[in-house]
Design a protein around this ligand. Structure first.
Ligand code: SF4
Length: 373
């Protein structure tokens, strides 16, 4: 009976546009039926989007280096500096990767490497300004993750504000909210104690936003995190989004791939993913775009469109997740047809507009943009 009352209360709150509490979100995840979650998530989604449309874009994550000293135990990608098989792409190699994405119809590239012990903020600024100079408005670029930004700023001995300003002055428009995984310090201490603490992560993201660089929100589930830790992540994120007046346009939740990692484990089921995605949509009532992960769930991710998601990527490469077991298909028509057969009109959308668009990239055309370290 108590369970019935709780569900009624949550339903009333959600349908009248009120916020639900963390306890209520947790209750939904643990006890609501799949159908109940689907309906509630769809109801919240309808505040922002047409229910018969699904938007997508074609994009790549270009992994410019695999050298990293953070040693996260859930990562199959990184190499320590002294190990064999390390790389740092030069500008020619980066451009080749971007050209490939362009040829495949891509409109967005995110850069993601590791905690490289020698790459300073000035090096990133040089790389990204070269990319901006070469491609202008042909594509949208997400320069690095918040986590990489934090590490590089510390390495450079710059405070976050100064580091963000430097990137901005050299043409950077976006960073991704990547490297977030689970934003709970207990999780971070178990699996990546050298990476960052949660308060520090948000301090860095706030500095970036304050300096006019756009950012996004992400989450990864399926390690060994508890539901409490997942809720800490969502609660911190919702609070942060309120505090920056809704600056984060999107939230992407993907699933941990356990292969070739020190942590190991098993993948979460599609049903668990869909149920969690629904909770994210219902609880994160201040983030308009909830994105489902084709990268880690392939076409099963499209079922997320019935559990609150409105948008997805068609990725062309991401070595980080591919090393851990993700498989990428370039049969875009086949994937889109799946969404269409579910009743969605698929719309190829433009990348989100940068918060303060700049045309300034400070390098000269033809300059050598390779970073020497
Ligand atoms: S997840 Fe990122 S920060 Fe952690 S070890 Fe891998 S590359 Fe480094």
């Amino acid at each position: 009976m108590a369970g019935y009352d709780m569900l009624s209360t949550i339903r009333q709150k959600s349908q009248s546009g009120q916020r639900i509490s963390a306890d209520e979100a947790r209750y939904l995840y643990e006890f609501a039926s799949d159908e109940e979650l689907r309906q509630l998530a769809t109801s919240v989604k309808s505040r922002f989007h047409k229910l018969d449309e699904a938007t997508y874009l074609i994009m790549a994550i270009v992994n410019y280096t695999n050298i990293c000293v953070a040693k996260c135990d859930y990562c199959a990608f990184y190499k320590l500096p002294h190990q064999t098989g390390t790389y740092l792409l030069n500008s020619t190699q980066i451009y080749e990767r971007i050209d490939r994405v362009l040829d495949l119809g891509g409109t967005m590239v995110g850069f993601n490497g590791g905690f490289h012990p020698k790459l300073k903020i000035q090096d990133y600024a040089k790389i990204f300004s070269g990319v901006r100079e070469r491609y202008q408005d042909e594509m949208q670029f997400y320069g690095m993750t918040v986590a990489e930004f934090m590490f590089s700023a510390k390495l450079t001995k710059m405070d976050y504000r100064t580091a963000a300003k430097h990137l901005r002055e050299h043409g950077s428009e976006w960073v991704t909210g990547g490297g977030a995984e689970i934003l709970a310090d207990s999780f971070r201490m178990r699996h990546s104690p050298g990476k960052y603490r949660v308060a520090d992560y948000f301090e860095a993201q706030r500095a970036l936003i304050n300096e006019g660089i756009g950012s996004t929100a992400t989450m990864v589930i399926g390690f060994d995190e508890t539901i409490d830790e997942r809720m800490q992540h969502l609660t911190a994120l919702r609070h942060f989004q309120d505090s920056v007046n809704g600056a984060l346009p999107s939230f992407l939740c993907w699933t941990y791939k356990p292969y070739n990692t020190a942590l190991g484990g098993q993948e979460v089921s599609t049903l668990e993913y869909l149920r969690w995605l629904a909770v994210c949509r219902i609880y994160l009532d201040n983030i308009p775009n909830i994105r489902t992960s084709v990268l880690t769930k392939n076409q099963d991710a499209l079922m997320g469109l019935n559990f609150g998601a409105n948008d997805f990527d068609l990725p062309t490469e991401d070595e980080v997740t591919q090393k851990a077991g993700a498989t990428i298909s370039l049969e875009f028509d086949r994937i889109l047809k799946c969404a269409q057969e579910m009743g969605f009109k698929t719309v190829h959308r433009a990348p989100f507009s940068a918060p303060n668009k700049t045309k300034s990239a400070t390098t000269k055309a033809g300059a050598d943009l390779s970073v020497t370290i």
